[in-house]
Design a protein around this ligand. Structure first.
Ligand code: PMT
Length: 401
């Protein structure tokens, strides 16, 4: 099935012997009505000519960062925004190294650094270069930034050696990109709702009860969902975070406001409750600032449990309801209890007694508990919250499909 029609692909060709294969990829993409613009690095021009690339792509070939005519037509920032995805074919060891260092000393690296789109790298190099620890480290870094890697394969190389490092064949690169857009198109029909961040429960006009949640985990989940095509609504308590324009952000302060916003934004296909909602609110919020006094007693009352409410109301209940459990002890026991009591499909538990993960950290380590699976739990080892989110959303997509 052709999922590529009318898509816009920016193809960056780097200087390696397999650069010639990018011509075949252009041909395959053009056959499916893909609009292709290309950037040739300086060394790529040693392997393929701008003329052959232009003839096949029937589009403009860019090669120079400091080109007044090109910048006037489409500047390098607009070029990175124009594309639906960026493909780097072949991705040489040098390009991989430059990208992992965040260099921007030519048009290709500048456009990539300025891009907010998914970027696919198709590595191609000699087996020793591929196996070198610095290449491995650079690639791991790029993967943690969200770069997608296609290949390489094992096989005979142009240099006469045999091993891993051979670029994936154009038809297989094409297939991967076609599947990527296929999934995106499918997910576009699905709605996701995420709660994130803390809530503020006011005592008086200037004082409130809150917690350490930064919203980072929930925002990362929303970003992953939106990137994979979901219509995403993020209901967020107070945070200092920014979010992409393609996410419907609803800002709230209190648990009551979060509850109302949640109800107003259902139905959804999947709902993920990552907010650290205050369990209690002050029974009588004072309208004026409380004066200094020797003792102050506050009567608290329970807030509504949003997750519990949504998962037990059939008319509102999304197909997939995922809760989080922030635990400091007896993680497994407490998480399983919440899974059942709150009628979730999955509970994602994190250990918040450890300051290097969980609340306000860029990292997390989680265990996923499934209602309908025999296995007790599935652990995702410590990594950036953006990576944890990608892994969770991979599982969400698999489940919904
Ligand atoms: O925001 P960060 O700094 O990135 O930190 C991430 C996190 C640690 C806050 C996050 O990973 C997390 O664990 N979120 C859930 C925190 C929490 O309140 O857990 P809980 O065990 O108290 O609640 C269980 C579940 O019920 C949660 O899904 C919670 O959103 C939900 N809940 C709880 C109370 C309430 N009144 N309404 C709810 O919906």
């Amino acid at each position: 099935m052709n999922n590529l029609s009318q898509k816009k692909i920016l193809l960056i060709i780097c200087g390696g012997i397999s650069a010639y294969k990018s011509l075949e990829l252009i041909r395959l993409l053009r056959k499916q009505d893909v609009e292709v613009k290309t950037i040739l690095t300086k060394s790529a021009k040693e392997f393929v000519t701008p003329l052959s690339v232009a003839s096949l792509s029937q589009g403009k070939v860019y090669d120079d960062l400091f080109n007044a005519k090109n910048e006037a037509e489409m500047d390098h920032i607009s070029l990175s925004r124009w594309a639906d995805v960026i493909l780097v074919v072949p991705a040489t060891a040098n390009t991989i190294s430059k990208l992992s260092a965040g260099s921007s000393d030519d048009l290709a690296s500048t456009v990539i650094l300025a891009s907010d789109k998914d970027i696919f790298l198709t590595p191609a190099m000699n087996v020793r270069m591929w196996e070198h620890p610095s290449t491995k480290q650079n690639l791991n870094k790029l993967k943690s930034y969200g770069y997608k890697i296609i290949g390489p394969e094992i096989g005979d190389m142009a240099c006469g050696e045999f091993g891993e490092g051979k670029m994936t064949e154009p038809k297989n690169i094409f297939q991967t990109i076609n599947e990527y857009f296929g999934e995106l198109n499918k997910n576009k029909r699905l709605k996701a709702l995420i709660t994130a961040g803390p809530t503020k429960e006011y005592i008086d006009p200037v004082r409130f009860i809150t917690n350490k949640s930064s919203g980072k985990q929930g925002y990362a989940l929303a970003k992953s969902l939106a990137k994979r095509g979901f219509q995403t609504t993020l209901i967020s308590g107070p945070t200092n975070l920014q979010i992409d324009d393609n996410i419907n952000l609803i800002k709230v302060e209190t648990a009551d406001e979060m509850f109302k916003a949640t109800q107003e934004n259902l139905p959804a296909d999947v709902a993920i409750f990552s907010a650290a909602v205050a369990d209690f609110k002050v029974k009588e919020k004072k309208n004026e600032k409380i004066k200094k006094q020797d003792h102050l007693s506050l009567e608290l009352e329970k807030n509504i449990d949003i997750l519990n409410y949504v998962s037990k109301h059939n008319s509102l209940r999304p197909k997939l309801v995922i809760g989080f459990a922030a635990e400091t002890n007896n993680i497994q026991e407490n998480a399983q209890k919440k899974l059942i009591e709150k009628n979730c499909d999955w509970i994602i538990a994190n250990d918040v007694s450890n300051n290097s993960i969980g609340f306000d950290s860029d990292f997390n380590e989680v265990s996923i508990f499934y209602k309908d699976k025999e296995m007790i739990n599935e652990k995702l080892a410590m990594k950036k919250k953006s990576e944890i989110s990608e892994e969770i959303i991979n599982r969400v997509i698999k489940q919904l499909n």
